[in-house]
Write a protein that binds this ligand. Structure first.
Ligand SMILES: *Cc1c(COP(=O)(O)O)cnc(C)c1O
Length: 735
């Protein structure tokens, strides 16, 4: 990787920095002090970004490791520095603190904030058992296991130290109200800081991960602390949300950070609003405020608090909206909270529940959906707030998702010189330049395809071997066949990888395996179908869809006379995602419209030029460009008429599968018989989609939403990323 920043380090000692919370590695003291200074400014011109999950595995984006390799530093005489060098070069590369798109989006956003020098910090939880590790057995389906990982040995993570006793970890105390007030239970937590470092090493965003798993923690804390989205009971779920929301203010206070704006990435951390309102009431009415406040006082306080909140809603799917029974909440909240919740969290549909999504909708100064279509669906779901609901279409961090081969190809191209710092530069590729780029790009794609196919074949082999020791039936039928039947490179390969949620309809294109097989046989063309994804451990319907994918393998193989090979890759994570989105020839997206609010894996494919084959849902409505970048299929009716339910009979399987089968021959012919036109579609993705669906553009739109007062030069450098595109339809581009 080339680094052009004048502030980039020249020797390793410059990457060590300290402050009263510890000694860190990755940016210079000067950079550290500048960022920390911004986050602690008295005027509060910075952002606290709150997310239940953050996906930013150091195996897919690792600017420090890249720097060490470029500088050929493999060891160091100073033992302390040497430990860091070894950790960054060879340490574990997974931080399993995410379940899917929401977390990966959070990570990508923070990386762009770092690249663009947006003053921001993030707050999330540290889960000692991660989300879960997926093992797949062809007879059983998904088997879930706790993920073992150690933050202590993971590069980019640092445990904050106690400024008064530097050999001790920092302990923050977080008040929880369980049962009658006045006295809260104080719960202790440690704090980890992950440095999300800019590609140019000249800035960073600190992510603070609250670690509640201390030896003497009560059991009602331990269970929700260990595993992300532990949903064994409603109370565990409610407590996990509270553990995020309630930690925000105590953490900021302990650190001395002053952000005026709290950005809620989904409503999970919403209980911070209750704390803020409580604080307002306390300030206005003193210690005995409980006896003195009227409803009007609470609503006035809520209005003041709303000025601090920016909220992004990520899904129209009901299961993604938090509701808690009033009875349950009465046992775990301050008396005043119930009074507040009765006023601002009532549920239009059920009087026995509090609706936290509705609360977030009410209490904010700005709210957005994550694509234009999703904005419109959200307006329909929350008509009372329709006027204020805006669109900021998601993006992905281009430096994370563009493969090494593709990156090396872009690096060689003079007019793309700035692509690492400015993804909008792809917009300026001319027809002529695209022609010049084509052969190089094609070669990079071919290499990525080989890497993926090799990975899958090695996996098939290891599953076969593992069976002897583990008794796990290999998830793939191909593992049981001779190796000559395994995957070949350059065969048209379709990828699909995402969480197994009902509405994503992973099994859509296998609705009629007979017909699918007939199409392949009629054209006499082979196709690899590569699938990956996890179902939430409590999501039985999701697990059945996954099992169906496994069950379909043999039938497809036999009926298509070996032309159709369906492979499931277990353990979907960011690394597998990157391998897939860059190694396949087309990316499939088959949700039920309009339930996919945005979808980001298709954007990762587009970053690598890979065409999408997709339902007209989420981002694809904006990324399709009349077919220049890929294909659409299926139901496209107006969203006012669309059914938002996930009920089996509302999922439109027959109709949308038929549309896919109708389209498939065109795509196969394009790939096999007209490779030049296929390649053109790929190059169109670079030109039309990279400049839009990157998190730099998205972050620039958020910065406008935040209303930060930034130095003029910084403001301008951020502004340029949203010159080409604004998610709000009809909004005028900034001149
Ligand atoms: C990108 C990504 C997702 C999100 O993909 P969608 O298309 O939005 O469903 C989920 N999991 C991983 C590991 C990813 O990299």
């Amino acid at each position: 990787m080339n680094i052009s920043s004048p502030n980039a380090p020249t020797h390793i000692e410059q990457l060590i920095c300290t402050n009263r919370f510890g000694t860190f590695f990755g940016v210079s003291q000067q950079v550290f002090d500048r960022v920390w200074g911004q986050l602690t400014r008295p005027d509060g011109d910075s952002i606290a970004y709150i997310s239940m999950e953050i996906g930013a595995d150091p195996d897919v984006f690792h600017p420090i490791k890249d720097w060490l390799e470029r500088e050929r530093i493999r060891e160091h005489a100073d033992p302390q520095i040497n430990r860091l060098v070894q950790k960054y070069l060879n340490g574990p590369r997974k931080i399993p603190n995410y379940s899917g798109g929401l977390g990966v989006l959070a990570g990508d956003t923070l990386k762009s904030f770092a690249d663009m020098h947006v003053p921001a910090l993030a707050i999330s939880l540290l889960y000692r058992e991660g989300y879960f590790s997926q093992i797949v057995d062809s007879k059983v389906g998904q088997i879930d296991q706790a993920t073992r990982w150690t933050p202590e040995t993971t590069p980019t993570l640092f445990q904050l130290r106690n400024p008064e006793a530097p050999d001790q970890p920092l302990v923050i105390e977080i008040p929880f109200y369980n049962g009658p007030p006045p006295h809260p239970t104080m719960v202790k937590a440690h704090v980890w800081m992950k440095l999300e470092i800019a590609g140019e090493l000249d800035s960073f965003v600190p992510e603070f991960l609250i670690d509640y798993s201390l030896p003497d923690a009560p059991s009602w804390i331990i269970e929700p602390a260990h595993q992300l989205y532990n949903a064994k009971s409603a109370i565990i779920k409610a407590n996990q949300r509270r553990m995020l929301g309630s930690a925000i203010l105590p953490l900021l206070e302990a650190l001395g950070c002053t952000p005026r704006t709290i950005h809620l990435n989904e409503q999970h951390g919403i209980t911070v609003i209750l704390r803020l309102i409580l604080q307002e009431l306390h300030d206005a009415f003193g210690d005995a405020f409980l006896d003195r406040v009227a409803d009007a006082d609470i609503l006035a306080a809520a209005e003041r608090v709303a000025h601090k909140i920016v909220y992004t809603i990520h899904t129209p799917v009901k299961a993604g909206h938090d509701r808690f029974s009033r009875e349950l909440y009465s046992a775990i909240s301050h008396k005043a909270f119930q009074q507040i919740l009765n006023l601002i969290a009532h549920d239009e549909e059920g009087c026995h529940e509090y609706n936290f999504t509705a609360m977030a909708m009410r209490i904010n100064r700005a709210v957005n959906g994550v694509s234009r279509l999703h904005r419109d669906v959200t307006k329909r779901q929350f008509p009372a707030f329709a006027d204020k609901i805006k669109a900021i279409t998601n993006g992905v961090h281009h430096l994370t998702w563009i493969s090494e081969q593709r990156a090396a190809c872009f690096d060689q191209f003079p007019s793309l010189r700035a692509w690492r710092t400015d993804p909008s530069c792809f917009d300026a590729i001319t027809e002529q330049e695209a022609t010049a780029l084509a052969p190089m790009f094609k070669e990079a794609w071919r290499k990525d395809n080989r890497l993926l196919i090799d990975y899958v074949n090695a996996m098939l082999k290891s599953h076969r071997e593992q069976m002897v020791e583990t008794w796990i039936d290999p998830p793939n039928h191909l593992s049981n066949l001779p190796e000559t039947e395994w995957l070949q490179p350059d065969v048209f390969t379709i990828g699909f990888a995402r969480r197994f949620s009902t509405y994503k309809r992973a099994d859509l294109i296998f609705d009629d395996i007979g017909l699918l097989s007939d199409i392949l046989i009629a054209l006499d063309r082979p196709v690899n179908f590569l699938f990956a994804g996890k179902a939430h451990p409590a999501d039985e319907p999701g697990k059945s869809v996954l099992k169906l994918i496994l069950d379909n393998q043999e039938e497809l193989y036999i009926r298509s006379k070996g032309l159709g090979k369906l492979v499931f890759i277990p353990g979907y994570d960011m690394q597998i995602s990157k391998l897939m989105v860059s190694g396949v020839h087309a990316w499939l997206n088959s949700p039920k419209r309009p339930l996919e609010a945005s979808g980001t894996s298709g954007m990762k494919a587009a970053m690598n030029g890979v065409p999408n084959i997709s339902i007209m849902d989420g981002w694809w409505v904006e990324g399709y460009h009349d077919g220049q970048t890929g294909w659409k299929f299926g139901y496209e009716g107006p969203i006012e008429e669309a059914d938002l339910s996930e009920a089996p009979d509302a999922l439109l399987y027959a109709e949308d599968a038929a549309a896919f089968y109708q389209l498939l021959p065109t795509i196969l012919e394009s790939f096999y018989d007209h490779p030049a036109s296929y390649l053109k579609r790929a190059l169109n993705n670079l030109r039309l989609n990279i400049p839009i669906f990157n998190t730099h553009r998205m972050a620039a739109e958020y910065v406008a939403q935040y209303g930060l007062r930034l130095p003029k030069d910084l403001e301008e450098s951020i502004d340029r990323f949203r010159r080409l595109y604004l998610s709000e339809e009809g909004a005028m581009p900034i001149p």
